[in-house]
Design a protein around this ligand. Structure first.
Ligand code: PCA
Length: 215
């Protein structure tokens, strides 16, 4: 049966002129691969508004799977996130000038939600295709974690069979010309996200494989 995968990417923030997450997901918009159909939507890098827009996109597309994607500048790998935590703690202002400190995202929500994506299987499949990947155990406390938490809270309350999760991705090469930071090409990131969408659509359960970290 055909499955629909909604991918989201953010607009640029923190002084950058592009956000690799939007650059990558927009290239997958409308793609049919095996038995899945991919749709992509852009999300503003703004606390609360990001999640309101995501909920509208979910209502519009009725996806089976939602994978939100965001830039994690400085990371060398594609990193599926394991967990979303119930806190906003900004280090820089969002694109609307908001800078919440130690604020709960949902007063009625649990401390955290696990990703519903098979994160280790995704990492394994990416690596087998030559794409640097590892599991991340923290999506931070900025807008990406906020959106991830609100996605999982929405799914939890709607008691639907939809599955959701989050993947952080590195900078693009052109963002690092004046930085000593790692990057991945757009082509590699797009390929990795296609693998993530397919893996999530084809597998509800994860594999048991080493993938933790010491710190
Ligand atoms: N990365 C930010 C928010 C938007 C994005 O692409 C984050 O990691 O929170």
């Amino acid at each position: 049966m055909k499955k629909k995968v909604l991918l989201t990417g953010f607009d640029p923030f923190g002084g950058e002129s592009v956000n690799p997450s939007w650059e990558a997901v927009k290239r997958l918009n409308g793609e049919r691969v095996e038995d899945i159909l991919i749709a992509a939507e852009q999300i503003p890098t703004v606390f609360h508004q990001s999640a309101d827009i995501l909920e509208k996109a979910i209502d519009k597309h009725c996806p089976d799977i939602v994978i939100c994607v965001g830039q994690a500048g400085g990371r060398p790998h594609m990193t599926p996130e394991r967990i979303a935590i119930n806190i906003d703690d900004a280090r820089i202002p969002d694109n609307d000038g908001q800078e919440p400190i130690d604020e709960q995202i949902a007063a009625d929500g649990p401390a955290a939600y696990w990703s519903a994506l098979p994160i280790k299987r995704i990492v394994k499949n990416m690596k087998e295709s030559g794409i640097p990947a590892s599991v991340s155990n923290s999506a931070g406390t900025f807008v990406c974690n906020h959106l991830f938490y609100r996605l999982m809270h929405y799914i939890d309350r709607s008691s639907s069979s939809m599955r959701g999760g989050f993947i952080h991705i590195p900078f693009l090469p052109e963002q690092t010309v004046d930085k000593k930071e790692p990057s991945l090409s757009l082509e590699t990131i797009v390929k990795g996200l296609r693998i993530a969408a397919l893996t999530a659509a084809n597998h509800e359960t994860d594999i048991r494989e080493t993938g933790g970290s010491l710190s």
